[in-house]
Design a protein around this ligand. Structure first.
Ligand code: OAD
Length: 230
């Protein structure tokens, strides 16, 4: 399974490219990059503090719950990869999941190799941003544009063994996640079992042509019924 911002939309969390896709007049790409961090760490922490606040108030919806229930039924045959940094999948009960773009409620040093740590705090001003023991600023544990996603080896291993790939609520514009469906399809004729590929979401993603089945509806409406068949 692969989820994107759309799976949290019914919990009240805005998608990245929905509406005008802007935050205080900035494109997301302009506040979620190493260049933005260099230029204006306060602005970057303002963005992630706001997202922490919204995620803290949000509750898992029927789609998150259906995915957690499917994991209960399927055990190790189920694996969830999410581009989302909120914790709504965990709060719904998902355990076999990988946050390929990082986690909103973790922070780490922007320079040294000290481990990321759990962090729910908000940092509204430059002076409030904590410093690591090495002296560098603490940054969000988020994969920014231009950085390498986390858990790629695990994700590729799971893609190689899956027989169904269900993709939910993503615009199919951000790589490498947008490529997973092509990767799954490219197994045809390799001796590995063929993969059925499903997309669920109200708008067609950019890579729609690659899916064998498309459900053009909201995740909360489709997933509870669809995953009962799992
Ligand atoms: P986008 O905002 O690009 O796309 C969200 C998708 O969710 C859209 O295609 C909507 O049609 C769909 N959607 C909206 N409501 C839905 C619902 N109720 N059920 C199902 N689908 C719904 O978000 P992502 O594709 O997740 O990266 O964005 C990918 C990455 O780009 C993000 O992880 C983030 C972003 O910039 C980083 O921050 C590195």
């Amino acid at each position: 399974m692969l989820t994107g911002a759309g799976v949290s939309a019914e919990s009240g969390l805005p998608t990245f490219r929905g509406a005008d896709g802007l935050w205080h007049g900035h494109r997301v790409e302009d506040v979620a990059s190493p260049e933005a961090w260099e230029r204006d760490p306060e602005l970057v922490w303002n963005f992630y503090s706001m997202r922490r606040e919204m995620a803290r108030k949000a509750q898992p919806n029927a789609a998150h719950r259906a995915l957690a229930e499917a994991e209960q039924a399927l055990g190790e045959r189920f694996f969830l990869c999410t581009q989302n940094v909120d914790d709504l999948h965990e709060r719904a009960g998902s355990r076999r999941l990988a946050h390929m773009h990082g986690e909103l409620f973790r922070s780490r040093c922007s320079v040294c190799e000290r481990k990321p740590f759990g962090d729910e705090k908000l940092y509204p001003t430059l002076a409030s941003i904590p410093l690591c023991a090495c002296g560098a600023r603490i940054r969000p544990h988020i994969v920014w544009f231009g950085e390498l996603p986390f858990h790629l080896q695990l994700i590729m291993d799971e893609l190689n063994r899956c027989t169904v790939l269900l993709v939910v609520g993503t615009s199919g514009l951000v790589y490498p996640a947008a490529h997973f469906v092509h990767w799954a399809n490219s197994r045809h004729g390799t001796g590995l079992p063929p993969v059925r590929t499903y997309y669920v979401g109200p708008d067609e993603p950019a890579n729609v042509a690659a899916f064998t089945h498309v459900f053009g509806e909201k995740a909360g409406k489709i997933l509870p019924g669809l995953l009962q068949l799992a």
